[in-house]
Design a protein around this ligand. Structure first.
Ligand code: PLP
Length: 432
């Protein structure tokens, strides 16, 4: 009765367009590690990690205790005063910045706000309102960030105040340049030069990209992609904003930041989600010269880096580093990806297995490799009934996103893989 009651009350007071998973949406009451329980007491493996947020897992005592300690002192002061844990957090993040030279960091309350701030710094620094974003990108839901989100359902570009051009994303499965070639030839990166030359004034503020596109369906850039892009950016002085909202903090297994898999340095790095392990905090970190280029008092965020979220984020960052969660993401992620690749051999509905670390995806397709969003919905339902939560994404919402907390064990990965195998068999059987 509980969920039925909640669904009815939700429907009565909240907009019908809100995206809720499942034919009959569920509510999560509590979590522990990589497991969560709904309001009716059903247990699930959380393989979406909240929404790629719970990077260290749920109810981690080290993080909970730190937050509780801060709650007892003060909930909120103001960014007009100094906040010790915010400064400590800034120092730790700057130590690990994928950028050389002097750096500065500015805290906000979410990924959207962090991208807004990055756009503000870049457009002021370059004195240009032109931005290049990638197709299938996702950067948030404010006007400016929707404007640079390369998915038509969220892109009211004309209202963003930015002049946005979209470059092709490195999407091997559906790449207009190389999908029929034996290997990627990086033409999508080269195309950026034509875009700068033909679709912009040439004086562009920034190029923005996620090292692995998140909401777009965990689309991984091929080796060499960002190096080629950066050459083009450097020719024209265009800044590189790297959106690490989903890829940061060891999620990709091989590196702390997703972009570190490439031999390039961004000018600005945007982070949120895993930064607070679910607490509302985001930040933009970048070359000091760029961050400092705006006029005094130009920006302020009331809740940005507040004492609670800064304290929680600091404890979370310590937890990630002390427990080598990146290393675990690499080991368990490699195991799980192998398992998924083997699974794909027996299930033609899987058109692509991609991603790295604990950011893995299954793109579900029909007989002609066309996107199959209905299969993705059935898969999600079949997993939920068996006690596994995964995410969905992609332009056509046909990609399954697997992004559990980085603490998962090999046994949990195996358990989840077993459930996915059964779910695939079930949806395959129904397809007939
Ligand atoms: N950037 C990326 C890559 C994201 O995936 C998201 C959210 O999914 C955002 C920015 C926006 O973050 P938020 O929802 O915290 O505003």
């Amino acid at each position: 009765m509980k969920h039925e009651d909640l669904r009815a009350r939700h429907g009565a007071v909240m907009p019908g367009w809100m995206p809720l998973y499942y034919e009959k949406p569920i509510g999560i009451e509590r979590g522990e590690g990589f497991r969560v329980w709904d309001y009716e007491g059903n247990e699930y493996l959380d393989f979406f990690g909240g929404i790629v947020t719970a990077i260290s897992g749920h109810a981690v005592p080290e993080i909970t205790e730190a937050v509780k300690g801060q709650v007892d002192k003060v909930l909120h002061t103001s960014t007009l005063y100094l906040i010790e844990n915010q400064i400590k957090l800034a120092e730790k993040l700057i130590e690990r910045a994928p950028i050389s030279g002097d750096k500065k960091i500015f805290f906000v309350g979410s990924g959207t706000e962090a991208n807004e701030a990055a756009l503000l710094f870049a457009t002021r620094y370059r004195n240009s309102s032109e931005v290049i974003a990638l197709r299938s990108s996702y950067h948030g839901r404010s006007f400016a960030t929707m404007g640079i989100t390369g998915q038509s359902q969220w892109s009211p570009t004309s209202r963003s105040g930015l002049d946005v051009s979209y470059a092709p994303n490195p999407y091997r499965l559906r790449c207009p340049f190389c999908k029929d070639e034996p290997r990627c030839n990086l033409q999508c990166a080269d195309d950026l030069r034509a875009i700068v030359g033909e679709e912009t004034t040439g004086h562009v503020a920034a190029y923005i990209a996620e090292p692995i596109q998140g909401v777009g369906g965990f689309i991984e850039a091929p080796p060499g992609y960002f190096e080629r892009v950066k050459e083009i950016l450097d020719e024209t002085g265009i800044l590189f904003i790297c959106d690490e909202v989903q890829t940061g903090f060891g999620r990709t297994g091989s590196h702390f930041w997703g972009i570190e898999a490439f031999d390039v340095e961004p000018d600005l790095v945007v982070m949120a989600k895993g930064l607070g392990n679910g607490l509302a905090i985001g930040a933009v970190m970048g070359r000091a010269e760029v961050v400092e280029s705006v006029s005094p008092n130009l920006h302020l965020s009331t809740f940005g880096g507040n004492p609670i979220s800064s304290t929680g984020a600091l404890a979370n960052l310590n937890y990630i580093l002390d427990n080598d969660l990146q290393g675990n993401a690499y080991t368990v992620g490699t195991y799980l990806k192998d398992r998924l690749l083997k699974m794909a051999e027996g299930h033609p509905v899987i058109g692509d297995v991609r991603g790295k670390g604990l950011m893995l995806a299954l793109e579900l397709v029909g007989p002609g490799r066309e996107p199959d969003p209905a299969a993705a919905n059935r898969f999600l339902e079949a997993c939920r009934r068996r006690g596994l939560l995964v995410g969905k994404g992609g332009l056509k919402a046909n990609t399954i996103r697997i992004s559990p907390p980085l603490t998962i064990t090999r046994e949990a990965a195996e358990e989840a893989a077993g459930i996915m195998d059964e779910a695939l068999a079930e949806i395959g059987a129904r397809e007939g």
